[in-house]
Design a protein around this ligand. Structure first.
Ligand code: URA
Length: 259
């Protein structure tokens, strides 16, 4: 069909249609859309695999500690087991694993709380000011960590082998996971008596605190006679309490002599 429009009018109309969104020119002949093949149904979207929660085996640090401690057949093996134990976060912040000091043949095993800065630096328990006082206290009853004679030797360790940051108190979960190692430590040293230095040691091994009431009274811990005593750090702050500490040392001496 011949158009009545001139070139410029037709072009302007076409541009207008394009601007309105037309993308296709109408054909000369009509198309019967009812006869056109039905569009294929869209494929159902492939179901994304639903992520199943990954079952992470729950590790109980206390059970792990019990297993590792029980497997240690010697003090060296126990030291290695503690060094390999990765569940206690204190380890990450500590320079040393402070295991023990003194003669393993000792009749007396002293159990403190945890290493401080000096112990962390040197890798030995009770070497700072409190440790020097501890040495003087035992020297007063002729005992020492470096004595070769079992009668005079003391063996020293702590509930925790790693220094808590800023010397804060041990947390119950830290104590719980390290306790199996302490108990195995006691079995391997097999002393005649324990000396529990301060509240944290008493809490861990006697399940009781209140050192002012507990000290000076024989108790039982890990199947052994145990003497709770004021911690030497407490004695440094409260020198008047050294009188009670002296009394407790004499009780210890009497027991070792069979009195
Ligand atoms: N206090 C403790 O209880 N243990 C140490 O080793 C040093 C200080």
């Amino acid at each position: 069909m011949e158009s009545q429009l001139d070139y410029h009018t037709a072009k302007a109309l076409l541009e207008w249609q394009i601007e309105l969104g037309a993308t296709e020119a109408i054909c000369d002949a009509p198309i019967n859309r009812y006869e056109a093949p039905a569009p294929k149904p869209a494929k159902a979207p492939v179901q994304a695999a639903v992520a199943q929660p990954v079952k992470v085996a729950q590790v109980d640090p206390v059970d792990e500690a019990k297993t590792a401690a029980a497997a240690a057949g010697s003090l060296e093996a126990l030291r290695a087991a503690i060094e390999a134990f990765d569940h206690c976060d204190l380890k990450k912040g500590a320079r040393s694993t402070v295991f023990a000091d003194g003669g393993a043949q000792a009749r007396v095993m002293v159990i403190g709380e945890a290493p401080g800065a000096d112990e962390d630096r040197q890798g030995r328990p009770f070497v700072g000011r409190a440790g020097q006082l501890l040495d003087r206290m035992f020297a007063a009853i002729s005992m020492a960590r470096d004595a070769t004679d079992a009668e005079k030797a003391i063996y020293i360790t702590n509930i925790l082998p790693w220094r808590p940051p800023q010397n804060r108190d041990p947390k119950p979960d830290e104590v719980a996971m390290m306790l199996p190692f302490v108990e195995r430590h006691i079995e391997l040293v097999a002393p005649d008596v324990l000396v529990l230095m301060g509240n944290h040691s008493c809490q861990a091994l006697l399940g009781m605190r209140g050192i002012t009431r507990l000290r000076g009274n024989w108790a039982e811990a890990a199947g052994l006679p145990a003497m709770p005593m004021f911690h030497p750090a407490y004695l440094l702050r409260n020198p008047q309490a050294k009188r009670e500490a002296w009394h407790d040392l004499l009780m210890l001496q009497a027991r070792l002599r069979g009195g």
